[in-house]
Design a protein around this ligand. Sequence first.
Ligand code: FDA
Length: 324
Amino acid sequence: MGVLGRFMVGVTKCMPRFFVAGVARRYVAGKDISNAVSVMKKLSAEGACFTIDVLGEEISNLEEAQFFIDEYDRVLDAIVENNLDANLSIKPTAFGLLIDEKKAYENIERLLRNASEHDIFVRLDMEDHRVTQPTIDIVIAMHAKGLRNVGTVLQSRLFRTTSDIDSICDQLGGYADFRICKGVYLEHESISHTDYKPIVDALNQHVNQILDRGAYAAIASHDLPIIEHALDALKTRGMGPDLEDPRSDSANPRLGKGPGYEFQMLLGVRGNIRRRLAKAGHRTRIYIPYGERWYEYSMRRLDENPDVAMHITKSIFMPWTNRR
Ligand code: FDA
């Protein structure tokens, strides 16, 4: 992180809440599920699908998990009632993972069962390195119980990701389903790449690896070199819009997620690229965060990765680079 990045974080944190609210409106769908539904209905017109995130994460006691359990039930109802092409993104620590692992498993299993009744997929967002293995373990355990509607996120900045992909694919076969991204948490150099180029190289290699292992690839990036690499990698493997997934061990049900891959982007970020991909027929999924805790969420993101402050500053002063 450069001096300018640190400076922008400081400036953003001193801004009045109403100003931050104005900026956040672009990246957060609103305070409640009805706001999120309106945003998704509008964006459906461009052919996008969605993954819905109730804002908030690590909780301090198990009672707080109940809020997320109830709210995600409301999200499931809203998806069904409004016939939305949407799935869920959840943060395992919000379900109690760092407080009581057994209880967190119960909470997550309950949600997965409810979601599976409607063929809705649930993505476990990946948080910092403390929960990398526990998050992967949840996915493996839920598949062992026959709950196939769950997958996780892997972060290419982490050195361990190459072997995590192999290990998950070995255990889940064609049911393995990854969102692959750079990783927003700036981890220590002993466990992760810290510079741009090695992170991009790693992510590109992970896209190849996931495709070659026959797993579902959700490529989550707004970075053109990564998107272009992914498009080439898909083409080389005979994959693309309107094509049957040609990979030999991919005969498993994909829960309506397209021909073995999709692109994913955050609400409010690089809508022009997203629309271009959708227009070319690629499945594009928009990450839709909403919730009362938008301010705390935004501030925490800034602490974790000041580059976010730079992106936001750029989108204020050069809005044409980043239309919703
Ligand atoms: P990069 O940061 O280079 O961004 C490329 C361009 O996109 C920037 O120049 C800017 O214009 C724009 N941009 C990117 N991020 C922006 C932002 N926040 N605001 C405004 N403009 C922005 N991470 C993680 O650790 N665990 C997770 O579970 C997830 N989940 C996830 C889901 C989805 C759908 C996406 C797209 C991303 C994540 N991430 C994540 C975050 C991811 O790891 C990464 O930090 C960001 O996507 C930024 O990296 P890019 O590859 O987009 O490139």
